[in-house]
Design a protein around this ligand. Structure first.
Ligand SMILES: C=CC1=C(C)c2cc3[nH]c(cc4nc(cc5[nH]c(cc1n2)c(C)c5CCC(=O)O)C(CCC(=O)O)=C4C)c(C)c3C=C
Ligand SMILES: [Fe+2]
Ligand SMILES: [Fe+2]
Length: 365
């Protein structure tokens, strides 16, 4: 591969477009060990995800993990796989299509909406190339992680930078950093819990389970832990329930090191042992259901809670394609697109808005 600036020549005078790129974590192509292996290799080779010196990590990854985990993970993926594919990819694709519809309704049908996966397919590189070929010269990248973490958000930003290093004619680019306290996102979470409680009544405890990260990343200054707690506090406030009935926990510990605490499954087991009868669990850090929610929480954690004497366990689904969430995402997107929307839309309304602003600026001077 030639290293730099390999794209076809820019068509001078051709129309330019504004694009929105949604990026989520990634997923294997199939629920099989053969498909899991390259996916896990790419994911777990990312130094933003596993911060262990390569000299130590490579033999563990290639010698142990990639020989055992693909088979075990494939079984888990098979238990949640949908007719159309991996839940994470299915929901992300639907979200991108719906977002285009919501933006069209808001008067921005001209926007180019795409989605990509940080690991696996569709890759960020291929998707950006597609956007370039459709004439996108301005791109807003939206990592689909409400809470910022170096292991998720930062690695998306890094990868976009690496891809653009091969472009001669680079686009104007913006990133959404995080949206842990976005009022629309919080309102969508609250609406989802309320809807569940309207049918099933209220539980003894509501657990908000976020994906974990190594404890060390908090000590080194990663804001993820704080952002999770902020989301948790705002959801509890929005629901109007006593704070002690809402717990923030962290799931999916990987390896032997300490991760963010309290851990989700041991917390559920302790609650069951204390005689807490019913818990509801929601995962606000994931905007789409995936292996970590459908298998780890709704199956494994449920079983653990009931085994320890808990009576009722409800899993409240992720926001997925919920109306309030899609509305919040389209509003968040418009806010971040900012003046690009005016530059983009060459219609009378936009020209009028620009003229009004110019007049106001003139008057201010
Ligand atoms: C090894 C360290 C890992 C860190 C750090 C980590 C952070 C992190 N991950 C998500 C979101 C998701 N992770 C998912 C799967 C997954 N995560 C890890 C490991 C780390 N994650 C592994 C090994 C796996 C693969 C599955 C397995 O074999 O158990 C997923 C689901 C993907 C899917 O296809 O459904 C998501 C989503 C966040 C938000 C995060 C840090 C904040
Ligand atoms: Fe993960
Ligand atoms: Fe997991």
């Amino acid at each position: 591969m030639s290293r730099y600036w390999t794209e076809p020549p820019f068509k001078h005078g051709s129309e330019t477009r504004t694009g929105v790129l949604l990026v989520n974590l990634g997923t294997p192509d199939a629920p099989t060990a053969a498909a899991l292996r390259p996916y896990l290799k790419q994911f777990l080779s990312d130094p933003r995800v596993v911060e262990i010196p390569r000299l130590i990590w490579w033999p563990i990854l290639n010698g142990i993990i990639l020989n055992t985990r693909p088979k075990a993970s494939a079984r888990k993926y098979a238990s949640v796989w949908m007719d159309e594919g991996s839940p994470l990819k299915v929901h992300t694709e639907r979200q991108a299509k719906l977002l285009a519809g919501y933006l069209l309704k808001a008067g921005h049908g001209e926007l180019d909406i795409a989605y990509a996966m940080r690991y696996g397919k569709p890759s960020i590189a291929d998707t950006l190339n597609g956007m370039r070929s459709r004439g996108c010269t301005r791109i807003l990248v939206v990592p689909m992680y409400p809470q910022y973490s170096a292991s998720t958000t930062a690695t998306v930003i890094d990868e976009v930078g690496r891809c653009l290093a091969h472009w001669r004619n680079q686009p104007e680019i913006r990133f959404v950093r995080s949206f842990q306290d976005d009022p629309g996102y919080i309102a969508a979470l609250v609406a989802s819990v309320r809807e569940h409680w309207a049918v099933h009544g209220e539980p003894d405890r509501l657990l908000l389970s976020f994906h974990g990260v190594p404890r060390r990343s908090l000590d080194l200054g990663d804001p993820y832990h704080c952002e999770c707690h902020k989301t948790g506090r705002l959801v509890a406030e929005g629901l109007g329930v006593a704070p002690e009935r809402v717990l923030v926990t962290f799931q999916s510990r990987f390896g032997k090191a300490e991760w963010l605490k309290p851990y989700t499954q041991p917390t559920l087991e302790a609650l069951a042992a204390q005689g807490v009868g019913r818990v509801d669990v929601m995962c606000p850090g994931f905007v789409a259901d995936c292996l970590e929610t459908l298998e780890e929480i709704a199956m494994e954690c449920k079983e653990a809670f009931l085994e320890k004497g808990g009576k009722v366990f409800h899993y409240i689904p992720c926001l997925n394609e919920r109306h309030e969430w899609m509305q919040a995402l389209s509003e968040l997107t418009c806010r971040h697109l900012g003046h690009w929307l005016e530059i983009q839309a060459p219609d009378a309304a936009a020209r009028e808005a620009s003229a009004t602003r110019a007049r106001a600026l003139g008057a201010a001077r």
